[in-house]
Write a protein that binds this ligand. Structure first.
Ligand code: NAP
Length: 227
């Protein structure tokens, strides 16, 4: 007798726009139930909001956790203010840690889970005024590796997806049209990635089809970091 396919539930942060929304659509298209709380329900920048949301949702069966939401406030090293730094650490790292701590044990108990953290090529290389962003994303890669080591024996695969330049609100907010034109010229594929291209790879990484890839930072940048 063939076994019925398992019904998975995913939690995706920042699922309202950009890469997150495309990941939500990709997962739904493959039959996964998706929880994507909007910011008014789960504000990752506010410790209290994160803790009260987790308290009321900790028993939720989350098989796939996609830590997609992120923030990038541009500043030179000399100009990073403590409050800005703390807010970026909270969204890009602290909230991710709390979500992993809350939902990974259930995945281990069920013997299957997938966690995907949205990192960035700026976790590996950098650019002027990306210091705080680069620091938080580099630490996110470290968290990814640690979680892969600790939860791997329980059947949980943990990876980071590191996009280069993707056509989203965040990219347009942080780069003028002229800067984007210059960037296109530096990418071997001569264009930004679409959110759908990122979502297809994310979909694979959190699927049953990915059975052995864990603890990795998967760079998807059209060849940008090869130069
Ligand atoms: N775009 C790129 O080229 C690029 C490249 C490398 C890495 N990334 C990473 O990929 C991820 C998604 O980027 P994106 O370009 O799709 O971003 P985006 O278009 O700016 O969307 C970000 C999403 O995160 C949510 N979010 C931000 N702060 C939040 C908070 N405090 N609480 C709850 N939700 C919050 C936003 O919610 P609202 O809708 O409420 O604002 C939005 O849905 C980020 O981690 C980013 O660092 C992006």
């Amino acid at each position: 007798m063939t076994q019925a396919p398992r019904q998975y539930t995913a939690l995706v942060t920042g699922g309202a726009r950009g890469i997150g929304r495309a990941i939500v659509e990709e997962l739904q298209a493959s039959g996964v139930s998706v929880l994507a709380p909007p910011r008014r329900e789960l504000d990752l920048a506010a410790v209290q909001s994160v803790e009260s949301w987790l308290l009321s949702h900790r028993d939720e069966k989350v098989d796939i956790l996609v830590n997609n939401a992120g923030t990038n406030v541009l500043n030179a090293v000399a100009d990073i203010e403590l409050a800005t730094w703390e807010a970026m650490v909270q969204v890009n790292l602290g909230a991710v840690l709390r979500l992993v701590q809350t939902f990974a044990p259930g995945m281990v108990a069920r013997g299957w889970g997938r966690i995907l953290n949205l990192s960035s090529i700026f976790s590996l290389v950098t650019r002027e005024r990306r210091a705080a962003y680069s620091m938080t994303k580099a630490a996110l890669n470290a968290l990814t590796r640690s979680a892969a080591v600790e939860y791997g024996p329980g059947g949980v695969l943990v990876n980071a997806l590191a996009p280069g330049y993707v056509d989203t609100d965040l990219t347009r907010a942080n780069n003028s049209p002229e800067a984007l034109e210059r960037i296109r010229g530096l990418i071997p594929l001569r264009r930004l990635a679409s959110v759908a291209e990122l979502a297809r790879i994310a979909g694979f990484l959190v699927s049953e089809a990915n059975s052995y890839l864990t603890g990795q930072v998967v760079v998807v940048d059209g060849g940008f970091t090869c130069l």
